[in-house]
Write a protein that binds this ligand. Structure first.
Ligand SMILES: Nc1nc2c(c(=O)[nH]1)N[C@H]1C(S)=C(S)[C@@H](COP(=O)(O)OP(=O)(O)OC[C@H]3O[C@@H](n4cnc5c(=O)[nH]c(N)nc54)[C@H](O)[C@@H]3O)O[C@H]1N2
Ligand SMILES: Nc1nc2c(c(=O)[nH]1)N[C@H]1C(S)=C(S)[C@@H](COP(=O)(O)OP(=O)(O)OC[C@H]3O[C@@H](n4cnc5c(=O)[nH]c(N)nc54)[C@H](O)[C@@H]3O)O[C@H]1N2
Ligand code: SF4
Ligand SMILES: [Mo]
Length: 718
């Protein structure tokens, strides 16, 4: 029984975006969704429109097979058994010819509500080639936090007196939970420093708005550390007792005096000193996670320098809490069963030689610390600690270098649009022998698939979380509708393939409920016994030390050093070599999220689309005039890498000589197929503009710079 009865209430978590808002569902004659916690009344209009999403006429509700060409698809609805039989047969044939590493997957576990099962399938099959879009989001941060602190760190909003934001823009429609926490902290008297070139609504709440030049955050952070050390504002006791590498750090930051950094960042030296002192002198400062740090040329350095600041100013485990592994239900890492993947297959992980931190090689450096903490596995904190390198993988899919990758699964992720260098992703998909998409819609990615499998949505599935090891509690979300049409959960698909491919023993659970019971067994519980409560806190493993190789906060990271990377943060100019500013006079970033969509999703929702109908370039009015483009009209935006069309929004809040391009735009109503530019994803999405070449990637993690420093031009559409 899934459908909620009249008079009944249930609890769940909205995942129409990754805000993860806890919700209460009531059936008072009409089914309504409202915030679960009355003290944090945060949900947005997308959640209220859940019915429009669920019952949308374009939703894929039965498996589809492409019986035409990949570039010119003809879709036929088929039964689930036929789909799974054929996919299993074709995947088996590919593995027989090329080996299991010929299968690659890009998955967003938050969207399936399942972490670990895809990796379990791949580990037992023998493929290390997994990527996740979260690599461009919090996954990158998690990996740097782990190198410095041993685990991911989260901010305590309840007691903070100073919040430092790097480009975060929060609002009632932009991650409302954190927006309410921010408002409550400010109402208590906390102060906000916002580091953002743009005058955003959040920046208007700040006592200091540093309008930094795009892509130069690492330089500012290093200058703050310089001031804090030079002026002796750091926490000597914490540094001496709990950190390693301070002397090397002090030497490194000598090159970053505010006076030398001022011209790089476009912030005067006095403002740099003033804000550095504010941070160091705060009682409980926080630097909450924000995505701007994950998508920069200097990403690892930005995140590393933030970690250093928290530590040397004594905020670690005061206002910023280092989490850790927990004992309770079996975790997604345990479910993934990494030991099943041989060393020989791990060594084949694509791109790991150039970018080892995210790879199996990087993960292995935490084995000893995990063992010392009394756990017999190494946690994959964010579900993407041991992944292939996305852009190298897309290249391999196209070129067969270093070896052929011939089968690609896109799982609850619009892969074509969710990384840099969209054209190479398309080329890679075109060269596959088998492409499977598991989604709700005929997305640009699904349009290139051989099979499109209809996924259930959050309101239709009972979910046991978390979907990665990062969160300390087990959480339980209840379905309140039957799955639309023949939509199925991801476990049904994975089990169906495993059974057909001789891996039935690896997935002995007949349904997700048996799997949940297996995970809950160490707690002596079952799904039916817990489903009505929102969460069970886990028992943290008290390691008594940081879970780094040295057991201390590693200001100078031994993990980075062991991987052949710079063990300390630094700043390099993010610009493309040999590109003349006269030809490409604007500095662009992708982002400033659209209010009425979520990344690439929701453009098909009539109510939301009416509020944000077209993709917009924000441009200072002076620049609009200078380059002959008019507010409200279409313009061509180009980098040396590619071009897209956007509607100009003349906006004085965007600094001169800079421009915002949006992420995630396609037109679900437009004609499908490659010949039509994949419903205009090739005409509008940010991924067309940004290169996946090494010069545009963070040198340690290999993730693309989408948030600053890239040169572009704008002109009227011919
Ligand atoms: N409605 C809605 N809400 C969303 C989303 C959505 O798509 N729709 N997406 C969600 C997701 S997945 C995420 S990760 C978050 C992201 O949300 P935010 O963390 O707010 O990030 P963005 O919206 O990408 O960018 C916000 C600001 O970053 C600034 N910025 C760009 N480059 C730089 C730089 O180099 N340095 C600095 N200091 N600032 C820079 C821009 O000027 C912009 O004002 O939003 C989430 N919330
Ligand atoms: N070029 C570029 N790439 C980016 C970013 C960027 O700014 N620019 N941002 C990055 C960031 S911050 C993030 S968080 C990631 C986001 O990456 P994703 O979360 O993958 O982003 P979405 O665009 O929402 O794509 C999700 C797809 O999953 C489908 N989906 C949603 N819910 C479900 C579900 O319950 N079941 C199934 N089966 N499918 C579902 C949607 O229809 C959609 O096609 O992208 C990253 N990639
Ligand atoms: S912000 Fe809105 S769409 Fe995102 S999880 Fe929360 S309620 Fe759902
Ligand atoms: Mo994100």
């Amino acid at each position: 029984m899934t459908e909620i009865e009249p008079g009944e209430s249930r609890h769940s978590t909205c995942v129409l975006c990754d805000g993860y808002c806890p919700v209460a569902i009531r059936n008072d004659g009409e089914v309504t969704v409202s915030p679960l916690n009355p003290n944090l009344p945060a949900i947005c209009s997308k959640a209220h429109l859940w019915r429009e999403y669920r019952s949308h006429p374009d939703r894929v509700v039965k498996p589809r097979k492409n019986i035409g060409e990949r570039s010119n698809p003809v879709w036929q609805e088929i039964e689930w058994d036929q789909a799974l039989d054929e996919i299993a047969d074709r995947l088996s044939a590919i593995i027989d010819t090329y080996g299991p590493e010929a299968l690659a997957v890009s998955e967003m576990p938050l969207n399936t509500g399942f972490g670990g099962i895809t990796r379990r399938f791949m580990n037992h099959l023998g493929s290390p080639n997994y990527i996740a879009p979260t690599l461009l989001c919090m996954g990158n941060t998690a990996q740097v936090h782990r190198a410095v602190y041993g685990w991911y760190t989260s901010s305590n909003w309840d007691e903070t007196d100073l919040i430092v934001y790097f480009g975060q823009n929060r609002g009632p429609e932009l991650w409302p939970v954190e927006y309410l926490k921010l408002k409550a902290a400010l109402a208590r008297g906390a102060k906000l420093i916002e580091v953002d070139p743009r005058e955003t609504d959040t920046a208007l709440l700040a006592c200091e708005h540093l309008r930094i030049r795009y892509g130069t955050d690492a330089a500012l952070l290093l200058a703050w550390i310089n001031v804090i050390i030079e002026e002796d504002l750091y926490d000597h006791a914490f540094v001496e007792a709990s950190t390693v590498g301070f002397a090397d750090l002090a030497e490194r930051v000598q090159a970053y005096a505010p006076e030398s950094v001022a011209s790089i960042c476009g912030i005067d030296a006095d403002a740099i000193r003033r804000t550095a002192r504010m941070y160091a002198n705060a009682k409980a400062a926080i630097i909450p996670w924000g995505v701007v740090g994950d998508m920069q040329r200097n990403s690892t350095s930005v995140l590393h320098a933030q970690c250093i600041l928290r530590a040397i100013c004594g905020f670690v485990n005061v206002s910023e809490f280092v989490g850790g592994p927990a004992k309770g239900a079996l975790t997604t890492t345990q479910l993934a069963d990494y030991p099943a993947l041989s060393q020989e297959q791990r060594a084949k992980q694509i791109g790991s030689g150039a970018y080892p931190l995210m790879s199996f090689e990087g993960m292995a450096l935490f084995d000893d610390a995990s063992r010392k903490a009394g756990i017999d596995y190494t946690p994959d904190i964010m579900g993407c600690s041991c992944t292939a390198h996305p852009n190298s993988l897309f290249t391999a899919m196209q070129t067969e270098n270093p070896y052929p990758v011939k089968a690609f699964f896109s799982v609850a992720n619009n892969t074509v649009m969710s990384y840099a260098d969209q054209q190479s992703i398309i080329n890679g998909l075109m060269a596959q022998d088998l492409v499977v998409a598991y989604d709700h819609w005929m997305t640009p990615t699904a349009q290139l698939a051989d099979y499109v499998l209809p996924g259930d949505a959050w309101m239709e599935r009972d979910i046991m979380g978390p979907t990665s090891d990062v969160a300390p509690a087990s959480t339980f979300c209840e379905a309140f509708c039957e799955p639309a049409g023949e939509c199925k959960d991801w476990y049904f698909v994975v089990k169906g393939l495993a059974d057909r491919m001789g891996l039935g023993d690896v997935f002995p659970w007949a349904s997700r409920y048996e799997l949940y019971d297996w995970r809950l067994a160490p707690l002596g519980k079952t799904w039916d016994g817990v489903r009505e409560q929102p969460a069970i806190p886990a028992r943290p493993v008290a390691p008594g030390a940081f879970l780094t190789p040295s057991g201390k906060v590693e200001l100078r990271s031994s993990v980075l050093e062991a991987l052949g990377c710079d063990p300390l943060p630094s700043y390099v100019d993010p610009g493309e070599p040999n590109v003349d500013a006269a030809d490409y006079p604007l500095v662009i970033f992708a982002g400033a999220r659209d209010v009425f969509s979520y990344n690439t999703n929701h453009h098909q929702m009539p109510t939301l689309r009416a509020r944000g109908p077209e993709p917009e370039a924000y441009l200072n009015p002076q620049d609009a005039e200078r380059y002959g483009v008019r507010d409200g009209q279409w313009a061509l935006v180009s980098t040396p890498h590619g071009s897209i069309e956007l509607v100009v929004k003349a906006d004085a809040r965007q600094p001169e000589s800079t421009m915002r391009v949006p992420h995630g735009w396609w037109k679900p109503e437009a004609a499908q197929g490659l010949a039509n530019g994949l419903s205009k994803a090739c005409l509008h999405n940010d991924g067309m503009l940004f290169s996946g070449e090494p010069w545009n990637l963070d040198p340690v993690q290999g993730l693309p710079n989408l948030r600053g420093g890239i040169r572009a031009k704008i002109e009227p559409v011919a």
